[in-house]
Ligand binder design. Structure first.
Ligand code: KIV
Length: 271
């Protein structure tokens, strides 16, 4: 009898994501650690190790303080925990804006040390030269336009973009510039629906929306937000699980059982 072998699991590739423009919606979530990544891996086309981890995992007030080494540490864990989803790691603030050379050095470090398949960086037209420089040298880039959280100090907070129609031309120029520069996909964050529709139609690469309506070619959410683990929930998030409440109930039960000596019980003791 011949021995049956399962076909090897192949990771989604950058060209495969790129080819999904206008097709079946692209599913993606953030993940920052191996065990959650292994779950997300079963359902997501790509996983983003977002610099939101600074706020979600490390209690920072914004993503501005996130160091490169932290992204590398979490990126490595997510790659190790996954087999099929494309893994994209965020370039944190201050590691790519200064020059294309600096961006290349740091992005290459991220890719070598995490073994991820692509990096993401924020900014539209102003980052086009850098995106072109990286792509020409073998680094796939996902762009990020609209609300760009690393610019929170310039914007004065996390503000929905495009409420004033006079700004639409700038946002359209941004998305066209990153697409022309060679980005394989672009996150569109926090923009009003009609602008998201125009931005999606303006480029031939997939738009991945977060707070940017169903007009985009795919969607991404921060995993902890959709699991009900975050202290507050932005309007654009749908909460699919109430893990915060479940964790609290479990921790409370544990504390009570330790206090009353009900834990460890018979089943948890080596005889
Ligand atoms: O850092 C992050 O999690 C992100 C997503 C919000 C797109 O950039």
């Amino acid at each position: 009898m011949s021995k049956q072998t399962n076909p090897p699991v192949r990771r989604t590739t950058v060209p495969q994501i790129r080819a999904r423009k206008g097709g079946d919606p692209i599913v993606s979530l953030t993940s920052y650690h191996a065990h959650t990544a292994a779950i997300v891996d079963k359902y997501a086309d790509f996983i983003l190790v977002g610099d939101s981890l600074g706020m979600v995992m490390h209690g920072m007030e914004s993503t501005v303080g996130v160091p490169l080494d932290l992204m590398i540490m979490h990126g490595r864990a997510v790659v190790k925990g996954t087999k099929r989803a494309l893994v994209v790691v965020d370039m944190p603030f201050g590691t790519y804006e200064e020059s294309p050379n600096m961006a290349f050095r740091n992005a290459a470090k991220v890719m070598k040390e995490t073994q991820c398949q692509a990096v993401k960086l924020e900014g539209g037209a102003r980052m086009a030269e850098t995106i072109r420089f990286l792509v020409e040298r073998g680094i796939p880039v996902m762009a990020h336009v609209g609300l760009t959280p690393q610019s929170t100090n310039v914007m004065g907070g996390f503000k929905t973009q495009g409420r004033d129609e006079a700004t639409w031309e700038m946002h359209l120029n941004d998305i066209k510039a990153v697409a022309e520069a060679g980005a394989f996909a672009v996150v569109v964050e926090g923009v009003v629906e009609p602008l998201a529709a125009q931005m999606t139609r303006a480029v031939d690469i997939p738009t991945i929306g977060i707070g940017a309506s169903a007009e985009c070619d795919g969607q991404i959410l921060v995993l902890e937000d959709m699991l009900g683990l975050s202290p507050w929930t932005p309007k654009f998030v749908k909460v699919y699980g109430q893990l915060g409440g479940m964790i609290e109930a479990a921790v409370k039960d544990y504390a009570e059982e330790v206090s009353s000596r009900a834990f460890p019980g018979e089943d948890q003791v080596y005889r």
